[in-house]
Design a protein around this ligand. Structure first.
Ligand code: PNS
Length: 160
C-alpha cells in the first residue's frame, strides 16, 4: 500500500488543497494531510481547528487521513511509511519555494516530492489571500470548503 504525505499549514484549507488531495488519492492508496503547527508562522487558526476543517473537507473520500505534525516533515513521513511527499504547484513562484524544500527533504532522508499541477481554475486561491479577503470583509465562501468561512470569521473576531 503506497502512502503519500501532503503537508502544509492549511490556514485555512482551500478548494485548491482539496483538489490536490483528491487527485493524489487517485494515484496513491492513502494520502495523509499533514497539518503543520509551523513555528515560522503565526497562524490565524489553531491547529486543532485546521485539522477539523481538513477532516471535514475530505470526509467524502476514502483513503485520505488528516493528522497534525510538529516536527521534521521527513520524520513524520517515516512514521507514516510514506513513499513520497505530495505538493501542488500553482505556478513558477510555488516551484521556486518548493524546490529547496524538496531537495532538503530528499537530502535529509531520501524521500522524494511529487508535484501535481494545480487546477488552472483554482490557481488564484491561496490561504494567505483567503485570510486577507476575509479580514477586509470579502466573501470567501466560493474558495473554501463548507464550514471554513465561519471558522475564519470567528478566528478574526477573536484576534481583533
Ligand atoms: O503551507 P506551507 O506553510 O507552505 O507549508 C510549509 C510546510 C509546513 C510544508 C513546511 O514548513 C514544513 O515542511 N514544515 C515542517 C518542518 C520541516 O520539516 N522543515 C524543513 C522542510 S525542508
Amino acid at each position: 500500500m503506497a502512502t503519500v504525505v501532503f503537508p502544509g499549514s492549511f490556514d485555512p484549507i482551500t478548494l485548491g488543497h482539496v483538489d490536490i488531495a483528491v487527485r493524489a488519492r487517485q494515484l496513491f492508496d492513502r494520502v495523509v494531510i499533514a497539518v503543520a503547527h509551523n513555528s515560522t508562522k503565526a497562524p490565524l487558526l489553531e491547529v486543532d481547528v485546521r485539522v477539523r476543517l481538513a477532516q471535514s473537507a475530505v470526509a467524502h473520500v476514502e483513503g485520505i487521513d488528516v493528522a497534525s505534525t510538529d516536527g521534521l516533515l521527513v520524520e513524520f513521513c517515516q512514521a507514516q511509511t510514506a513513499v513520497a511527499i505530495v505538493k501542488g504547484l500553482r505556478g513558477g513562484a510555488d516551484y521556486d519555494l518548493e524546490r529547496p524544500m524538496a531537495l532538503m527533504n530528499r537530502s535529509l532522508s531520501g524521500v522524494e516530492t511529487v508535484f501535481l499541477t494545480g487546477d488552472n481554475a483554482l490557481s488564484h486561491i491561496a490561504s494567505s489571500l483567503i485570510r486577507d479577503v476575509a479580514r477586509h470583509g470579502g466573501d470567501i465562501s466560493e474558495y473554501v470548503p463548507p464550514g471554513v468561512e465561519v471558522a475564519v470569521l470567528e478566528a478574526l473576531r477573536g484576534k481583533s
